[in-house]
Each structure stands twice: as C-alpha cells, then as structure tokens.
Design a protein around this ligand. Sequence first.
Ligand code: PLP
Length: 392
Amino acid sequence: MRFATLTRQPDDPLLRIIGQHAADPRARKIDLGVGVFRDEEGRTPVMTAVKAAETRLLSEQSSKSYLGPEGDTGFVRALAKLVVGDAVASDRVVGLQTPGGTGALRLAAELMARAGVARIWIGSPSWANHAPLFRQAGVEPAMIPCFDLGTQTFDLDGFLTGLNAADSGDAVLLHGCCHNPIGIDPNAAGWSVIASHIAERGLLPVVDLAYQGLGDGFDEDAAGARTILSTVPEALLAYSCDKNFGLYRERTGALFAITPDRDSGATVFSNLLGLARANWSMPPDHGAAIVRIILEDEALTAQWRDELETMRRRLESLRAALAAGGRIGAIDLGAVAHGKGMFATLPLSPAQVEWLRDRHAIYMAGSGRINIAGFNLAAIATFHDALRDMVA
Ligand code: PLP
C-alpha cells in the first residue's frame, strides 16, 4: 500500500478563489485573481491573428506525425530572432519548443541540476510556482526579499547584497519584464548593474520572459533580457507565448540556452533533447504551429503586434486609472503607476483581502496580488470606494 505513505496536499489557494468567485451570486463581483488578460467585457478572447493562423493550419496541415523532442523548429527559429535579436551571435544560441513557459522553466531546472547547479537565487516575492518548480527538480531556491509594497519599488541594492551570499556557479532567476506578482522591473541602468554583478560573480542567469509586449512595448520588454544575455558567457531564457499570443491552454513556450560557443551549444542541446524526451517526449504542436504561421507572415505579424499593443494600452490605462485613486488610508495607489504588465501587489493584509471579498465581492490572491486586466473603469471606481469603506 504505497499510496498510504502520501499526505494530503493543500488546495491551490488561487483555484479556491476562482471557485468562490464563480459561486458568488452578487452582480457587482470583481475577479482580480486569475492571471489571464481580459477585455473591457471581462472576456479572454482568441486573438484575430491567432484565429487566422489556426484556420490556415487546419486547411494546410497534412500530417499529425511526430515532430521530435525539439518541437517545431520553425517556431523556435522565428522566436529566437524575435526575442534574442542580435544581442548574441546566433551560433551561441540553441533552443527548443516546450509545453509553455512552465515547461521551459522545468527543463531549465533539470539541465541546471544535471550541470551541478545546487541553488537558484530568486527575488521575493516571485511567481508562486518558481520555488516549488526548482526545488522539485533538485535546485534549491534561495529567496531575497527585495520589493517594498508601500512604495511599489524594487530594492536593487538589497537584491545585489542578497546575491553576495551566492557561490560561483549558483543560478539567479530574473523576470524579463512585467514582474509577477509585483509589476515592478529594474530600469535600464539597473539591468546593466545586475548583468555586470552576475558576470563578475560567475552566476548563471535564468531569465523568465512570460509577458513580452504587455509592459512598455515589444522590444522595450526584451531589453533587460538582452542586456543580461549579451553580458554573460552562459544563460538560460524561458519564454512563454501563452500571454502575448493569448494561447494559455495550448501550452506554447520555448527554452533558449546561450552558450560560450557552438560546440558547447551542441552539448547543451543534446542534454535538453534527452531531458525533454524523458519528460514529455514531445511538446504539443498546435500553439507553436500557430505562432510560427504568424511570425513567418508579415501581415499576420503586423496584425498580432497591433492586437498586442491594444492589450498593452488597456493595461496601461487601467493602471493609470487605478493609481488615480491616490492615497487611501495607508495605501498609496499612486505608487502602482510605477509598475507595468498585468500584476500589482497591494500592501493589504490577508484579513483586509478577506474583508474586501466578503463585504464587496472583490476577489484577489491572499497576498494582495491583483490582475489589473480584471478591472474595467466602473470596477476601478467600485474598488476605490471599497478601499475607502475599508479604511473609514
Ligand atoms: N513565468 C511567469 C512569471 C508566469 O507568471 C507564468 C504564468 O503565469 C509562467 C512563467 C508560465 O507560463 P505558461 O502558462 O506558459 O506555462
């Protein structure tokens, strides 16, 4: 009876919140919990460029035969050009398709474990899946508290000081843009300082780029990652297309490794293929094929970039409207304007989060993380009123 040795694991708190929101009969309920983009009507639509590519795929695809553990190589090639650009010579970059950004991170973690990386340093708080994902792959997460929720700022000095405890050969995780859950990224000067610090200490950067195009703009959002990649001899970049192409359940992502030279790239790639094979054998095809069709077609690329820019602008204007609430009690909403992307974390206690849910049907993670795309202008006014009621 092996299963008797297992202990019951707690439910995912965010899934519980989603369930509670769905069951809440109040008409004015607001869902700021789940991390997907929403339009003004609260929908998460399929992008028009994605629909067009999907239609083309359905009519043109002649086989569903296996591709291989590397996935769709046209997708990987097109994405590398788009993301890495000319920050690194192409013979130093290898990559393969993965099931979403999560698959890319998992593969990165397993490669690191195989290469003898014992520890990964992560600015805290971070995406809730980071620490367990690395731990389960045998790379111990070490957290560095480095955000001030009151002022909504990233403490660069605190982060670098935390990294002083790292051993050469340890890894460090960096959110490429639109930090989840805080929404605050380093500025350009900060990225340069981080890159030099990492290079000097012989650390391996792992850049997690899951929201490109939803922050300051498409190329702007890759600038930090490119600064890192162009400064160090070795790096990993986990990429997700699930937010910026709206592909979520299609599980579309890629892992890129920056290597010192072509020869070590071939070795790294052979390891990645073997690890992928032992994990999922081959990644699911549909989402990557859609992205490839879009990226190989100028008109579809322009259409997708246009739609992405509309999404980005919506987030930007919602953030500004939220920040316009100013100071409410001890909460300075104005500081939320420092951030970008889908998320912000407000300095709310778990009791306040619960109070907002019970009294005003406003649902968010217990940490105070909100998905800004869950708002529309009316909901922001409701939210401001609810906070005023809370501090009255
Ligand atoms: N990295 C971060 C920071 C994320 O927020 C997410 C998803 O929420 C991911 C990676 C994983 O994305 P995917 O859905 O493509 O696995």
